[in-house]
Design a protein around this ligand. Structure first.
Ligand SMILES: Nc1nc2c(ncn2[C@@H]2O[C@H](COP(=O)(O)OP(=O)(O)OP(=O)(O)O)[C@@H](O)[C@H]2O)c(=O)[nH]1
Ligand SMILES: [Mg+2]
Length: 406
């Protein structure tokens, strides 16, 4: 006596299979629902299992066969299947646990993301505004990281408050030069920088601001020295300013000349302004020569690097770097009137940790110069809603841009 057991998704499919395989003589003795196929307990589906006996004599042995199907063999098989199912269930459980673990991770990440506000629109809005103002990608990234750290989701929803805070952070990144006034007299102030940024014009503005005196302050005794002798036009330029303002100008060529001239002025002069030749930050030889010559000014010389606000970020960074050997104490940002974007300057200065001492914003001598102020930079921000009263309060001592350098 031969038995058969077949499975198929439906009873009729199962019967079709049996007929095809064993012919019309196969007799069904039992059917039951089963779970079919799948891997590790996953993807199995409902099906039907049909068992029976083969051959034409099934009638005689029907009861027997039925008993055979149901008896020990059947129990054994059931047991095996049960165990197999159990294994499948355990595997399923494992996979489910795995899936649950993954889900938890995804949920946790989503929650962390939400907390850190990875996707919050306020982040991209701020990034857009910063880009609009030409801030460096490094600066933008830093601010975004800070936003993610310091703002909750609810806080990010309040964009006005977010802007106020971001404006504060930009303000905090701007270091204003804290000069020590006229502790040492004469104060020797040297301007270095790339060509054409406005060094000579700025020297003339400073000479006027201190030499002519502003309301309520005694005019200082000022001298101008230029080491830019080679270019006749350059020499004439500073001499013309000197003549108009009644401020003596000396032209020097050598280290000794410079040292002697400073020594000569030391007795009765408050401020010596030294104009230099514009140098390309790439002209290392000339930079080195000039550096050598300027050592005649002594260690206490107050060297400032003049940089035009219109300079693109990478050139600005290069200039800040290449003029480093001059030990400049601070940066004068010129031509602020020629650009509405200050992000490039603010980021470059912040990245290099440099302070800013003066800003110039026009060709007029002496009007277009003021002490650097955080507020002035913040008020230049495009697209940001900057509350003047608020930033004045936040950055108080610097908001007065008038030169008061006594
Ligand atoms: N718009 C604007 N122009 C300025 C400013 N400062 C200087 N300039 C102009 O920039 C040009 C160059 O100025 P200079 O003072 O000769 O520049 P410099 O750095 O001494 O130039 P070199 O000595 O050749 O390196 C002149 O036309 C100035 O009038 C400013 O703040 N704004
Ligand atoms: Mg010049």
């Amino acid at each position: 006596m031969e038995y058969f057991t077949e499975q198929a998704p439906t009873y009729s499919e199962c019967m079709r299979k049996i007929r095809t395989k064993y012919g019309e003589g196969a007799r069904v003795l039992m059917q039951r629902s089963v779970r079919m196929g799948g891997m590790l307990g996953l993807f199995s589906r409902d099906g039907v299992e049909v068992s029976g006996v083969l051959g034409s004599d099934t009638g005689r042995f029907a009861a027997d066969a039925a008993r055979q199907v149901k008896k020990p063999l059947d129990v054994e098989e059931e047991k095996k299947k049960f165990l197999a199912n159990l294994k499948g269930d355990q595997a399923l459980q494992l996979v489910l646990n795995e899936v649950r673990g993954l889900k938890d991770k995804i949920d946790a990440n989503a929650a962390a993301g939400a907390r850190g506000a990875e996707e919050h629109p306020a982040l991209s809005r701020v990034a857009e505004l910063l880009n609009l103002n030409d801030f460096s990608s490094f600066f933008v990234q830093e601010l975004q990281d800070r936003m993610k750290k310091e703002f909750s989701l609810e806080q990010l929803d309040d964009f006005d408050a977010v802007q106020d805070k971001v404006v504060d952070w930009i303000g905090e990144s701007i270091k204003v030069y804290a000069d020590d006034g006229f502790q040492i007299r004469p104060r020797v102030m040297v301007l270095v920088g790339p060509t054409g940024v406005g060094k000579t014009t700025t020297i003339a503005k400073l000479a006027a601001a201190y030499g002519i005196g502003s309301a309520g302050s005694r005019p200082l005794s000022v001298r101008m020295i230029t080491i830019d002798n080679y270019r006749i036009a350059a020499r004439q330029q500073i001499e013309t300013y000197g003549n108009i303002m009644g401020i003596p100008v000396s032209c020097v060529e050598t280290f000794d000349d410079l040292r002697k001239t400073i020594a000569l002025y030391s007795q009765d002069v408050d401020l010596i302004l030294i104009d230099t030749i514009g140098k390309s930050p790439r002209d290392y030889m000339k930079l080195a020569e000039m550096k050598e010559l300027l050592t005649a000014c002594g260690n206490s010389a107050d060297v400032h690097l003049a940089i035009s606000a219109t300079t693109k970020s990478s050139d600005m960074r290069e200039a800040l770097q290449q003029f480093e050997p001059f030990n400049y104490r601070s940066v004068i940002v010129t031509k602020l009137d020629e650009t509405i974007r200050v992000g490039n300057v603010v980021s470059a200065l912040a990245e290099k940790g440099k302070s800013v001492s003066y800003i110039t914003d026009g060709q007029r001598v002496p009007q277009d110069i003021s002490r650097a102020s955080t507020v002035r930079f913040l008020m230049n921000l495009e697209g940001f809603r900057v509350d003047r009263r608020r930033v004045d309060e936040r950055f108080p001592q610097e908001s007065n841009g008038k030169i008061q350098w006594r």
